[in-house]
Ligand binder design. Structure first.
Ligand SMILES: [Zn+2]
Length: 155
């Protein structure tokens, strides 16, 4: 029933497209880089698509609920329907400057980290395009440090 509900939401076509855009672009990039990195190129699918698992971590943190499908519907339907207000300032750990910096540093030491970072940058690029075209503003807090500081002040 919940899945049917998603498909009835025409206004959220862009969100569904978003997941597919990540899958498709990562797949194309992974295949393109296969001659260079061999099976290591598969890592691009992890950083290009699966890093969005941090939305689930946030969902667990905020709502103390563990249903992955409910979480998907929450971000796919509920958040856009409420004009993204619910997700303002949320912390998506793999979408932070600190995580990017960590991966860039690790890239100097390991080829796998380097491949991961390539996929990560592709993912970020698509996220940026999405945010420019749909919510037209920044939603999440993209710094772990800044997020901790802000939440300390609230407490
Ligand atoms: Zn993302």
């Amino acid at each position: 029933m919940a899945v049917k509900k998603i498909y009835k939401q025409d206004g959220n076509q862009s969100m569904k497209m978003r997941t597919w855009a990540h899958v498709l672009s990562s797949l194309i990039l992974a295949i393109s880089l296969f001659p260079v990195f061999n099976w290591g190129a598969v890592i691009i699918l992890v950083s290009g698509v699966l890093i969005d698992i941090d939305h689930y971590f946030w969902y667990i943190y905020k709502y103390k609920k563990f249903n992955l499908i409910d979480c998907y519907i929450y971000f796919l339907v509920d958040v856009p329907n409420k004009n993204f207000e619910d997700a303002l300032g949320c912390l998506l750990i793999f979408h932070t400057a600190e995580f990017l910096m960590l991966m860039v540093v690790l890239s100097f030491y390991s080829t796998y980290s380097f491949i991961f970072t390539i996929g990560l940058l592709l993912h970020y690029a698509l996220d940026v395009i999405y945010h420019i075209t749909v919510p037209k503003r920044v939603i999440a807090n993209h710094s772990l440090f800044w997020w901790i500081l802000k939440n300390k002040q609230k407490a």
